[in-house]
Design a protein around this ligand. Structure first.
Ligand SMILES: CC(C)(COP(=O)(O)OP(=O)(O)OC[C@H]1O[C@@H](n2cnc3c(N)ncnc32)[C@H](O)[C@@H]1OP(=O)(O)O)[C@@H](O)C(=O)NCCC(=O)NCCS
Length: 201
């Protein structure tokens, strides 16, 4: 693959805007909180934790420090506009499995950022010895379903009534998954016609 997916890197999104991708460091914490506080409530309510709270950030930074989480942030015009996290258990029987969580600000969606963040996370997962990746989403998260299918995940399980939506209605939780090597192969076949271009330095 021509693109070695090294970080940090500068890419041009579909709309031409340059985006800087880097592994998150603790100093990015306040900006990450600002990013999550700015995304629409309907998207935040689909997340497992209340990511607008300082307490959440403290827990997240602790996970980054322990290696239980690895995060990539994307900045556009200096502002965080996208984030992808690899959550991996350090102990126990599923140490070979990691979960990917992905969020992109509405203002820059459909510009390829979600896909490129996913590619970087899969590369990091391979480097960390992860063999299988999963992503959780609620049935109505169409963009998430389409994005993960595009990345190479397939629907592995459906847990009926497992989560409640904003109106308190029970919804199905979809679990998308695949072996990392399959996901990587799917992404490689897509990459030439899909990836945002690398910005001139
Ligand atoms: C899911 C999400 C990360 C996608 O980010 P994005 O930057 O818009 O994704 P991309 O531009 O890379 O899109 C990748 C592909 O996914 C599909 N896709 C993305 N959004 C879509 C939508 N709203 N409807 C249909 N297909 C969609 C398309 O195939 C798209 O490629 P295309 O634009 O060339 O057709 C973003 O919509 C988001 O943050 N949603 C809320 C949070 C969430 O659901 N996270 C996932 C659960 S972990």
């Amino acid at each position: 693959m021509a693109d070695k997916l090294e970080l940090p890197t500068i890419l041009r999104l579909g709309n031409g805007a340059p985006a800087t991708l880097a592994v998150m460091v603790p100093e990015d914490g306040p900006d990450l909180l600002a990013f999550y506080r700015g995304i629409p409530e309907e998207d935040r309510l689909a997340l497992r934790e209340d990511v607008t709270q300082e307490a959440w950030l403290a827990r997240f930074l602790a996970k980054l420090a322990s290696g239980e989480a690895i995060s990539i942030i994307a900045r556009v015009a200096g502002k965080i506009q996208g984030e992808a996290t690899l959550h991996r258990p350090l102990f126990g029987w599923s140490r070979h499995v990691a979960e990917i969580r992905l969020n992109v600000a509405p203002a820059v969606r459909r510009q390829g950022l979600g896909f490129i963040l996913a590619r970087h996370i899969v590369k990091i997962a391979i480097g960390a010895g992860i063999e299988k990746m999963v992503a959780h989403m609620i049935e109505w998260q169409v963009a998430a379903r389409k994005t993960f299918e595009r990345v190479g995940f397939h629907r592995e399980a459906e847990l009926p009534g497992h989560v409640r939506d904003m109106q308190g209605h029970k919804r199905d939780l979809l679990i998308y998954a695949d072996d990392v090597s399959h996901i990587w192969a799917s992404m490689e076949t897509l990459v030439n016609d899909f990836r945002p271009s690398r910005a001139p330095r």
